[in-house]
Design a protein around this ligand. Structure first.
Ligand SMILES: [Zn+2]
Length: 63
C-alpha cells in the first residue's frame, strides 16, 4: 500500500482503539484496530496525546 493511501485511510478512519499497551521505553500507546495507526497514550490523564507512534518504533517494541 502506498504511503499516500495509508495517509488517506488514517484520515478517513473513525479509529477504534485497543487497550493501551506499554512500550519498552515506558511510553504507552494505543493501536487503532481498523487502520493500525498507533498513538501515544498518557496513563496519568487516561487520554491519547494525539502524537503518532512511528512504525519503526513499534517494530522495535516487538523484539
Ligand atoms: Zn484508525
Amino acid at each position: 500500500m502506498s504511503a499516500l493511501l495509508k495517509q488517506i485511510l488514517r484520515w478517513l478512519c473513525p479509529h477504534r482503539f485497543s487497550w493501551p499497551h506499554s512500550g519498552i521505553d515506558g511510553q504507552d500507546y494505543q493501536v487503532c484496530l481498523l487502520c493500525g495507526t498507533a498513538f501515544e497514550y498518557d496513563v496519568s490523564t487516561m487520554r491519547r496525546t494525539g502524537r503518532l507512534v512511528l512504525p519503526h518504533t513499534r517494530k522495535m517494541l516487538r523484539l
